[in-house]
Ligand binder design. Structure first.
Ligand SMILES: [Zn+2]
Length: 185
């Protein structure tokens, strides 16, 4: 296992804000980055995507756990790498759930495209040109943002849209807006 420490905001703010460089090809070095990303995300069951800069590697490599939401129940799939991903079309902006392994316990509602056409390289070094839809588009957009130093908190439009999840003794999970004290009842 080669899992790495995930950089956390705000302690690693400067590193998370850096712009990442494209890679020239899917070299053994890039394959090692992909393996490190996959090993790292395995340690975080809530993780559905991870970008290389989050493990302090400023290269344009991300992994995404795309799911199938045909039945309305979205479930994360196995991690897949997108290398030098580039958005060539985006549409259908909507508000949706967001969160990030660099912001443990913090969630929000961001506005992102739900239709995204992306070109790039896959793990074998082959080029792809693909349209991502729905929550899959949200994940891909979130991870590509990381490569430009953009974080999900930047896409929160109103303070009430940022919250923590709190489990009440009853087992009920409630959203607690930031700055509001948790009522144990
Ligand atoms: Zn993130």
């Amino acid at each position: 296992m080669t899992e790495r420490k995930i950089l956390i905001y705000p302690e690693s703010k400067n590193k998370l804000r850096m712009k990442s460089e494209p890679v020239e090809s899917v070299s053994s070095g890039v394959k090692k980055i992909i393996k490190d990303l996959k090993d790292t995300i395995k340690e975080h069951e809530e993780g559905i995507g991870l970008a290389a800069p989050q493990i302090n590697i400023h290269k344009r490599v991300v992994i995404v756990c795309l799911g199938n939401d045909q039945n309305g129940d979205w479930e994360a799939g196995t991690p897949r790498a997108l290398i030098n991903p580039q958005i060539i079309m985006e549409a259908d902006e909507r508000k949706d759930f967001d969160g990030c392994l660099s912001f443990p316990g913090l969630y929000g509602e961001t506005i992102r495209p739900h239709k995204l056409r992306v070109i790039g390289l896959d793990e074998s070094g082959h080029s792809f040109d693909e349209v991502f839809q729905g929550f899959n588009a949200v994940i891909v957009h979130h991870e590509i943002d990381h490569l430009d130093g953009i974080l999900f908190i930047d896409r929160i439009k109103s303070p009430e849209d940022l919250y923590r999840m709190h489990k009440k003794p009853s087992g009920e999970i409630v959203k607690v807006p930031i700055g509001v004290k948790i009522n144990p009842l």
